[in-house]
Design a protein around this ligand. Structure first.
Ligand SMILES: C[C@](O)(CO)[C@H](O)COP(=O)(O)OP(=O)(O)OC[C@H]1O[C@@H](n2ccc(N)nc2=O)[C@H](O)[C@@H]1O
Ligand SMILES: Nc1ncnc2c1ncn2[C@@H]1O[C@H](COP(=O)(O)OP(=O)(O)OP(=O)(O)O)[C@@H](O)[C@H]1O
Length: 288
């Protein structure tokens, strides 16, 4: 059995520049991986079948699973006769804005590249991953990056200033397509992506906190007011800065000190089931 870690990501910024003719949106977003990860087990099969087993009943166990799609794509592209049993130990909240499914797909691509000895480069895997979903190429590399296009054009940047990250996911799940669909582009307040890049380059924690921004946040807040109240609580308990990740509904808060992190986590647990204190991983390939 080969094991691969598939970490979650958060968006430090998420800007949408335009709507494209293909139905996707042109984005510009800074993402970084955090140390909350699914663990994927891969075992070769001689019968050619792809089987999925997961610790979580809400994870689909058929071709709807992005890890299944990753295995199928490799089989089809490289005419592989083997199959694979994929076990997903799910730690990342589902439909949360943390790229859980995309990271499972990326982890499966990387793991099968080894198991089936395909000798593909990370760039090859990222290009294949784009066929599965917009976040998959980024998840192949991990670390800190600015993503453009529909999310598949990746430029690696330095690790953000070090701090604690509190994640809180309300019980609702959010459909990414519905959130992009609800975006009114002429009304959005664009984040200062250039300032965030400066903050990271200068390793300036306060500047990073001041420049968090996500244009999808107001859409999700409109659909799910409970996300607003989690943001408010996180600020009230003492987070330095708070933002929704991706299309939501997970909210993250940055905290510079451990004692305050513990206080925020304990405070939030009162009315939110899924709360985690994690660290940013910073560099690409840091889990490999
Ligand atoms: C919100 C983010 O997670 C931020 O990292 C991503 O932009 C979404 O990435 P994802 O979940 O991998 O998205 P996909 O599976 O490729 O697309 C889901 C749906 O989101 C919308 N979508 C996604 C990406 C993009 N650049 N523009 C879009 O409009 C489309 O309606 C698409 O049908
Ligand atoms: N391996 C997987 N893990 C979790 N959900 C998956 C997986 N494969 C497919 N799905 C489906 O995808 C939907 C979205 O789940 P996921 O956890 O990937 O969302 P997300 O974290 O919001 O992703 P993103 O941030 O990339 O938009 C789920 O409702 C589920 O039905």
């Amino acid at each position: 059995m080969l094991y691969v870690k598939a970490p979650a990501k958060i968006n430090l910024t998420l800007d949408v520049l335009s709507k494209r003719p293909d139905g996707y949106h042109e984005v510009e977003m800074i993402m970084t991986t955090v140390d909350l990860a699914d663990r994927i087990g891969l075992e070769n099969r001689q019968d050619g079948q792809i089987l999925i087993q997961s610790s979580n009943n809400f994870v689909p166990d058929d071709q709807r699973n992005l890890a299944y799609q990753a295995a199928q794509l490799l089989k089809d592209t490289y005419d592989i006769k083997y199959g694979v049993s994929i076990t997903i130990d799910k730690q990342i909240p589902i439909a949360a804005g943390l790229a859980g499914g995309s990271s499972d797909a990326a982890g499966t691509l990387k793991g099968l590249n080894e198991l089936w000895q395909l000798q593909l480069t990370p760039d090859d895997l990222a290009e294949l991953g784009a066929k599965i979903g917009s976040d998959v190429p980024y998840c192949v590399y991990g670390g800190t990056a600015i993503a453009r296009g529909r999310g598949e054009k990746i430029e690696h940047i330095a690790a953000p200033p070090n701090c604690w990250v509190v994640l809180a996911k309300p019980t609702i799940g959010v459909s990414t397509a519905a959130v992009y669909g609800g975006l009114e582009l002429d009304q959005v307040e664009h984040p200062q992506t250039a300032k965030m890049l400066e903050a990271i380059a200068e390793n300036d924690y306060e500047k990073m906190c001041r420049n968090l921004g996500n244009v999808l946040e107001s859409v999700t807040l409109g659909l799910h007011p409970e996300v607003s109240s989690i943001k408010e609580q996180m600020k009230r308990f003492g987070a330095d800065a708070v933002l929704m990740s991706g299309s939501g509904p997970t909210v993250f808060g940055f905290v510079s000190n451990e004692a305050r992190t513990t206080r925020i986590v304990n405070g939030l647990r009162g009315f939110c089931d899924e709360v985690y204190a994690v660290r940013m991983l910073g560099e690409r390939y840091s889990l490999d």
